[in-house]
Design a protein around this ligand. Structure first.
Ligand code: TRP
Ligand code: MN
Length: 461
């Protein structure tokens, strides 16, 4: 990589980062982080790059999901387990519907910092720095809480390490075993239409598993039935943290630099300026990376960014995560796809139907409507069909908790329900029932897209 150093981003303008008062303190924390063990291993990262190459070619489908922002207060085993279970349920629905491998990536184990639309928040004429996620400051509205604290980077490392440890245990220790797929249902989903649909699908898979077991392929002798690959990702926003966890791969031939804070990092829509720090840092690491593309993305700018981030045009290196909004998905996405297609540059296309569809309910809560989310997902598939390109995956903000943050869905959350269980630290998330509903919609779109008949349910329920 020409002219790139692990810290070359520091010479460039940077957006959306906190200003630390005590420079010595942050430097000390960076030093401490830089001698801590990596959270992920280069070989895993390389394997994900291969998987993402399959996504770009339409040989696999990407499912990326998790909290908008993780928080210290909600960091516990139950929350991690429940999010994991919902992701498994969605994955199994998608695998069945598409007959493709589903690449599972959590927005987990590091998603603790947030870009904000304004650096300051004003309440009753008091103006304080905005809350930028638990990696930076505290949500409480007072001077001390809002002061950026470098120690938080160490806390994020610790929390992420323990999350990742549990996820690895779940992924390979028996939780993901396909014979347990009935157990992934969460208590509060029971009794809903989505739970019925899921049960019917789970029964079908169980029959197939019984057949395969009879043929001699069992979870004991076949790891693919017992385990799953689960990867982690977050927005690479706090580059002090990322740089300290960027390591040279010493074990294998490829001599590159790897971010070891997660398998995949993405660049946010607000920090994708080609001459600025975030793009500079990301261009030098060997991980698969994502680039969020909002409605303001210009096709020519996008091509330049792609060339900068993936100069060798390696498949699997770059995934474009479009977040256009339900009404603009067609008009804004088509010119981007068209430009990329003509250029011959290799990218994966992923749909984030969350961030372009955030609205304020009359009660003041930030929310998203299931209808808008579904419309954007459908629009994303439609444009790709028209352009003869690959709708490679989806990126959701969801949780295993029974929250009421997005409105609509079969288990109707209304605007007046929003206050019941509105717990997010940032954007409104899909709850488990809404996540499943979306997975079923996607499974239908995918089976149509691949011209395979996969009626998921025999009865109209
Ligand atoms: N190993 C396969 C996979 O990860 C099959 C599988 C095992 C699976 N457990 C799963 C698929 C849970 C979805 C969900 O795809
Ligand atoms: Mn968000």
């Amino acid at each position: 990589m020409i002219d790139w150093q692990i810290d070359s981003w520091r010479k460039l303008p940077i957006k959306q980062v906190p200003e630390y008062n005590d420079q010595n303190h942050i430097t000390q924390v960076e030093k401490e982080l830089s001698i801590r063990p990596p959270l992920v291993f280069a070989e895993e990262v390389r394997r994900l790059r291969k998987r993402m190459a399959d996504v770009a070619e339409g040989k696999a489908f990407l499912l990326q999901g998790g909290d908008c922002a993780e928080s210290f207060a909600e960091h516990n085993a139950n929350n991690i387990k429940d999010s994991f279970k919902v992701l498994l349920q969605m994955a199994v629905v998608l695998t069945f519907g598409s007959a493709l491998p589903v690449i599972k990536i959590g927005r987990l184990a590091g998603q603790y910092s947030k870009p904000r639309s304004s650096p300051l928040e004003v309440i009753d004429n008091v103006s304080l720095p905005s809350y930028r996620g638990d990696m930076v400051n505290d949500m409480a509205f007072n001077d001390q809480s809002r002061e950026p604290d470098p120690e938080r980077l160490l806390k994020v490392y610790d929390k992420s390490a323990s999350t990742l440890n549990l996820l690895r245990a779940f992924a390979s220790g028996g939780m993901a075993d396909l014979t347990k797929l009935h157990e992934w249902n969460l208590e509060f989903v029971r009794g809903t239409k989505e739970a019925e649909k899921y049960k019917e699908l789970a029964d079908k898979i169980t029959f197939s598993m019984e057949f395969m077991n009879a043929c001699g392929m069992t979870p004991e002798n076949t790891a693919q039935l017992r385990e799953t690959e689960f990867y982690t990702s977050h927005e690479g926003l706090l580059l002090n943290y990322e740089e300290a966890l960027t390591r040279k791969d010493t074990i294998t031939e490829e001599k590159g630099w790897f971010s070891t804070s997660a398998h995949m990092l993405w660049i946010g829509d607000r920090t994708r300026n080609i001459d600025e720090a975030h793009v500079e840092y990301m261009r030098g690491i060997a991980n698969p990376i994502g680039l969020k593309c909002g409605p303001s993305t210009d096709p020519d700018d996008l091509l330049r960014l792609i060339e900068k981030l993936n100069p060798l045009n390696q498949p699997g290196r770059l995934t474009l995560i479009a977040r256009m909004g339900s009404s603009e998905v067609y008009s804004k996405l088509k010119p981007l796809i068209s430009a990329v297609k003509k250029s011959g540059l290799i990218v994966g296309w992923c749909c984030d139907p969350m961030h372009g569809n955030t609205v304020k309910a009359s009660s003041g809560f930030k929310t998203r409507k299931m209808n808008d989310i579904m419309t954007e997902v459908k629009g994303f598939f439609d444009v790709h069909k028209e352009m003869d390109t690959i709708p490679g995956g989806v990126h959701f903000e969801m949780t295993g908790q029974n929250v009421t943050e997005c409105v609509g869905g079969v288990y109707e959350v209304t605007e007046t329900n929003l206050a019941d269980r509105y717990h997010t630290h940032c954007d409104p998330r899909l709850n488990a029932t809404q996540s499943l509903e979306l997975a079923f919609l996607l499974a239908d779109l995918l089976s149509d897209n691949r011209n395979i008949s996969r009626k998921l349910v025999s009865t109209a329920c």
